[in-house]
Design a protein around this ligand. Sequence first.
Ligand code: FBP
Length: 383
Amino acid sequence: MGFIVPFAHTSRCAWLGASRTVCSGPRLRRQHRWWGKPSAGAVRSAVRMVASHPAGTVAGQSLKASAPDERVRDGMRLHEFLALMSDPKLAVAVDSMFMACKVVGYEVRTASCSKEECVNAFGDQQLAIDLLADKTIGDAMKASGVIAVGSSEEQPVENQYGGDAFSVAWDPLDGSSIVDTNFSVGTIYGIWPGQRLTGITGRQMAAAGMAVYGPRTSMTVAVDGIPGTHEFLLIDNFSGQHGMWILVQSFYTIDEGKLFAPGNLRATRDNPGYNELFDYWLRNKYQLRYTGGMVPDCNQILIKGKGVFANPASPSAPAKLRVLYEVAPIAYLIEKGGGASSDGEVSALDIPIDATDKRSQVCYGSFGEVARFNELVGKKYMN
Ligand code: FBP
């Protein structure tokens, strides 16, 4: 099923409003509510959107929420959110990932690292930080008791963990090329029902998340049965809430807007479509926001509620992002958050995962931006 560049999508965003302060963190973000009068600005942008976008399409059944879950509220604690989930075993799996990422956040923040090794605060030599993170997450998944199969980008095999309900795939520390430069990095994960991680697609996921280890430690998560994508903040200010995960905002729409994160830029040399798209962004004065870390670069699209992330392939710069550990889980978060994803033709949630090392080019963002990617880049250089 195809979607013509969605007009209704933009006008509906205009009905959003309500700002709020939640916890002690420096946060104030718009939360999308579904009632209120569309502002003149929103109508103008809707008109501009139709005028500026190619009649592109975005394939695949959107996971965009028809309305928010009124039970989800800012300031709620993680255990209150988990209690809303219909499957208690899935809640255990998600809770275990939150616990593991809290520890990984601490390890990232305190271990002084070079690429090869880490020396902890006690001067003890340690595994490189991504192997340390991988072990922390693997141990937590085993201990949860609900995970049948676990697999990570560090060990791309299907490990039997003895549980019976779910299987989980994770990239323990995405952004290995920027961790030593102290840029924000993150953990990405996807949870599937059942006992296998190949012969599946992202659309079968039951939950996904990405932890961001930046100035703050946060977790962006989406779960089956609860509309939208939600951001939790780890409180580490030695207050009464120290060590707690608190919900700070929810995302239901990704608007049209001029923010771009162009990955694998070397591919513009021999992918004319990507070169054309890059020119389009420059010509239309898009704001460049790219760190080289997929987690912060994609998370910003949910937080800003607009923009596009792309990592296209070309003959000399083939696709490197892995569908199981990176591409599909982030597609789930973006699409549940009201945006779109694509491999140049279909939603990234519909890419068959026939091997743990399957790689793909990808684009995430507003429906209009993804439609333009499909139009200009397509799948010419994806075998
Ligand atoms: P790793 O899995 O090796 O960390 O690589 C993934 C990644 O670093 C992404 O985080 C990022 O978006 C991309 O590679 C950067 O690609 P490029 O340097 O080609 O723009």
